[in-house]
Design a protein around this ligand. Structure first.
Ligand code: GMT
Length: 380
């Protein structure tokens, strides 16, 4: 198949999923055309069957805001026409599904199929704003195929937007050959020179991730267990978190590492992964941690209970229940045998349920089904 993929190219789970999916499909012989405003973060170097088309953004004094939606649609038109795309796969609906719909109308070609994957705040937060809602609902309904990364997200979409559409749940995935526990002795030695335990959190530091809770949980943990906290990523809440760690006087034990391209070695050095999010439709970074044998302690929101099995691969607690999350962390950090059982169970779950080969096949089947169904049946 000839497939156009549009995603946000920066740090963030939807861009990671889109890029890894494209790479895996290219390996299977499909021709993949990424269309975005910058090269997706995890796409570097020459890869057979992968092409990248940059959306050109022009500025004009009359425009107070960048007009990305039509610019993206125009690039989609060009790529679809000249590369003879079978389908465009839009990751994160706003505004990608809208641009894709527009491109299809411009081309007036019902054989070009549009598939939209819903990832998270496109549905649970941003999409609900009145300035987006009607256009988002329309764009989802006009997509030929729609997938959601968890059952939770599917249900939210159907109820919040009164959408009457078949949505297939295709969960996120991880390459368990790459994401596996490796020797990380040197990192451990440098971060925890006295054999302290290591907690880790990775995110884009947006308010929805509640990174301040991570600091508060750690503050409670370090009183009981000699430990260190690694924070990977960057974003709007980083300075507040740095301030909080100083206020709580744990700053000597907290390492802010900023954005890191290489996660496996860091995850492999960790004993517990913290994800206390306010909202999380799937929690890709928690899955990557599980694949690296790191038990996850998370909030019970969104799709997280579909990923983390309470009492088996980690623990879940109510949003903001810092005491409980700290208690769970202390329990795992003071019981090596139990932590090891959780770690192995997490890896097993990642392999059995979320391995890249299995999930990419689900996407391939979804594409085939949408391509082989008459347009009139897709939009009765
Ligand atoms: O939804 C967002 O705010 C951004 C998006 C992203 O690009 O990182 O995150 C969502 O998609 C990820 C990939 O499917 C999921 O793992 C995240 O759980 C989800 N984030 C939220 O729901 C907050």
């Amino acid at each position: 198949m000839k497939i156009g993929i549009t995603c946000y190219p920066t740090y963030g789970g939807s861009g990671v999923v889109a890029t890894e999916l494209g790479k895996a499909l290219a390996k299977r012989g499909h021709q993949i055309h990424f269309i975005s405003y910058a090269m997706p973060m995890r796409l570097n170097g020459f890869v057979e069957n992968i092409f990248y088309h940059e959306v050109e953004m022009s500025s004009y004094p009359l425009f107070d805001f960048p007009l990305y939606t039509p610019a993206l649609a125009s690039k989609m038109v060009e790529v679809a026409k000249f590369e003879k795309l079978d389908l465009i796969h839009a990751h994160y609906a706003i505004p990608h599904a809208t641009s894709a719909y527009l491109a299809k109308q411009v081309l007036n070609d019902e054989n070009l199929r549009i598939i939209t994957t819903l990832h998270g705040t496109d549905i649970t937060l941003v999409g609900l704003e009145p300035s987006f809602l009607p256009v988002l609902k329309f764009s989802i309904e006009k997509s030929d195929g729609v997938t959601a990364v968890s059952r939770f997200l599917k249900e939210k979409t159907l109820t919040n937007y009164s959408i009457n559409k078949d949505i297939e749940v295709i969960p996120n995935f991880v390459d368990t050959d790459l994401f596996k526990r490796i020797d990380s002795g040197s990192i451990r030695k440098s971060i925890a020179p006295n054999g302290e335990k290591i907690l880790i959190h990775t995110s884009n530091f947006r308010p929805v991730k509640r990174v301040m809770d991570v600091i508060k949980i750690f503050h409670a943990v370090v009183k009981n267990v000699p430990s260190k906290l690694i924070l990977v990523g960057d974003g709007p809440d980083r300075s507040s978190c740095e301030n909080l760690s100083r206020e709580l006087q744990v700053n000597d034990h907290v390492k802010f590492l900023g954005k890191q391209a290489e996660l496996v070695e860091l995850l492999s050095a960790a004993d517990v992964f913290l994800m206390p999010s306010q909202s999380e439709s799937f929690g890709l970074s928690a899955l990557e941690a599980m694949a690296c044998e790191v038990p996850v302690i998370s909030s019970s929101v969104g799709g997280l209970p579909e990923l983390v099995v309470h009492g088996e691969t980690g623990y879940i607690a109510e949003i903001g229940d810092i005491d409980r999350m700290a208690k769970y962390a202390v329990e795992l950090l003071t019981n090596d045998a139990r932590r090891d059982i959780f770690a192995k169970a997490g890896r097993r779950r990642a392999i059995e349920n979320f391995a890249i080969e299995k999930i990419v096949t689900l996407y391939e089947r979804h594409y085939e089904r949408i391509l082989n169904t008459a347009h009139s049946d897709l939009h009765p």
